[in-house]
Ligand binder design. Structure first.
Ligand code: TNX
Length: 530
């Protein structure tokens, strides 16, 4: 009897303790909230508007990411966020479909009933003590809101090894949308080849800063980097080397499609470039018939420009271009095909103009819009041809006068292969030395007189790879200038000042470190270590 009572007491006690633990775990609302000021967070690009509510939301092991049932694309954004956060936080966040707003403690992504003013790419982010609600009109908008959430979490959330929490997010309301529809980078994979894994890593890094275009410079004098089934020697021979005489390489069509898909999942388009009629030695070395004298050239591993040209009055040249544009366009869901057109110093202008005119027609016939370096404005531009300004104001103005929109890539400001200063061990300086402040403190709508916001498609920062041989070197040149380019492309001009920006940029030091980026620690930036 006594024993029985003791036993009962024991079990009652256990029950009491168990219930108490349960109550304290399942009612996070009773927990003291940490005060946090969202205005002190360091989001890049700077959002259009932010309002603080001075508390915090905590992501816990109970949290999940809910998404309106029925949208696969929205679900994949939720899964992307879970995949980014689970390795570091260990919270086991799951992407789950729902038909209503979830209970407290969760993240909710919704594309129903968002503010139409947000447009195609904007988002509203409401962070309350009870949970996070992200709403947008499209999955792309959700994706950009998710990048903001990632930046609001501690930098170590970006690591791929287990880290200690807590995982707090400052509360407040963010309304945000981009200034320009095209926000991109260009990677030269011809002078030095970069692997599929490298390209994917670069895609991931630009996604964090809400960029949406990656232009791949797939052919040049030194290498042809994309498999063309109807002209196999382009890669077999033309892809076999690179600057300095190394092995080179190329993407098979399967690999290219894999890159395109990887980018698409991150709401980034791939813009393929086949540079012509100049910068074509790799093709001219692979097929004798593309040369006016019918003789194949030697492969080239130096860094001179402007010595090669297609034979512009041979019919086979246009058959070749048609095949190349067709095969690449079929694998490319994005709207653009870049035809290069730069530095064709050995193509007489009377040949260059009809050539560009014909190639524009070929690209249009394969359903793509033409992009070309500013020299193409010497030709008669079609209605939806876009001119990429890199150096020549006269060419670009000529393009605008023909009704073309401009992609802004001023070499003196955002050529990421330009050295920071005279001590930079990589890169070139033919356009300028570009310190971090110079790459940030310029304004696209006033940079070229007569070219205003209405003429500008967007901003793109190229990196040419004559001196850049691997990802470590690429990241040193790209970071920390890239976030500034992303901000120019996204944030309203009245929200931008170098003195304020440099503090936010400095706060991204720990994030770069968490991502394993070996960045240039410019003395102009007050870097934070944690
Ligand atoms: C100019 S920019 C080029 C490239 C070089 C680059 C080096 C442009 C359209 N043409 O061929 O790689 O300079 O910075």
């Amino acid at each position: 009897m006594i024993l029985f009572n003791k036993q009962r007491l024991f079990y009652t006690l256990i029950l009491v303790v168990f219930t108490a633990v349960q109550i304290s775990c399942s009612t996070p609302a009773t927990k003291e909230k940490v005060a946090m000021d969202i205005m002190k967070e360091n989001i890049i690009p700077q959002p259009v508007s932010m309002e603080a509510t001075n508390s915090s939301f905590e992501l816990t092991a109970e949290s999940d990411i809910y998404v309106d049932a029925g949208s696969e694309a929205a679900m994949s954004v939720a899964q992307y966020l879970a995949d980014k956060l689970n390795p570091s936080t260990g919270l086991g966040l799951e992407a789950k479909p729902t038909n209503e707003a979830p209970d407290a403690g969760n993240i909710y992504l919704t594309i129903s009933g968002a503010d139409t003013q947000l447009g195609e790419e904007g988002y509203n982010l409401t962070i309350a003590e009870e949970g996070i609600t992200l709403s947008a009109n499209t999955p792309a908008g959700l994706f950009y809101g998710v990048q903001t959430i990632r930046q609001l979490l501690p930098a170590k959330a970006a690591m791929n090894t287990a880290q200690e929490g807590p995982w707090l997010v400052a509360t407040g309301i963010i309304k945000d949308q981009p200034a320009y529809e095209y926000r991109g980078v260009m990677l030269d994979v011809s002078r030095h080849f970069f692997s599929v894994e490298d390209v994917k890593r670069y895609i991931d890094l630009i996604a964090l800063y809400k960029m949406n275009a990656m232009h791949l410079h797939l052919s040049d004098d030194q290498g042809w980097r994309i498999e063309i089934k109807s002209w196999p020697n382009l890669t077999a021979h033309g892809g076999s080397t690179q600057v300095g005489g190394g092995e080179g390489g190329f993407y098979t069509q399967e690999q290219y499609k894999d890159i395109v898909k990887y980018a698409q999942e991150r709401h980034i388009i791939i813009v393929p470039e086949i540079d012509m009629p100049g910068h074509t030695n790799a093709a001219l070395a692979s097929y004798a018939e593309l040369n006016c004298d019918g003789k194949a050239t030697e492969l080239y591993t130096g860094t001179e420009v402007g010595f090669s040209t297609f034979c512009t009055d041979k019919e086979i040249t246009y058959k070749f271009i048609d095949d190349v544009v067709r095969e690449i366009s079929e694998m490319t869901p994005g709207p653009y095909f870049h035809i290069g057109g730069d530095e064709s110093h050995v193509t007489p202008m009377e040949d260059y103009i009809p050539f560009v005119n014909k190639v524009q027609e070929i690209v249009a016939a394969h359903g793509k819009k033409v992009l070309g370096w500013d020299e193409i404005a010497n030709a008669s531009l079609q209605d939806d041809t876009f001119v990429q300004f890199w150096a020549d104001v006269e060419n670009t103005t000529n393009g605008v006068n023909q009704g073309a929109k401009v992609l802004m890539s001023p070499a003196k400001k955002i050529y990421l292969d330009m050295q920071y200063d005279s001590t930079t061990h990589l890169g070139l300086h033919w356009a300028a030395y570009i310190e971090v402040d110079s790459a940030y403190a310029w304004e696209p709508t006033t940079y070229v007189p007569g070219i205003g916001k209405e003429n500008i498609l967007g901003i793109e920062a190229p990196i040419w790879s004559e001196t850049i041989t691997n990802m470590d070197e690429l990241e040193f040149m790209v970071f920390p200038r890239l976030p500034g380019v992303a901000e120019i492309a996204w944030s309203p001009v009245e929200k931008r000042s170098w003195d304020e920006y440099k503090v936010r940029l400095g706060a991204h030091g720990p994030l770069f470190k968490a991502l394993g980026i070996d960045y240039y620690a410019s003395k102009l930036v007050p870097w934070k270590t944690e």
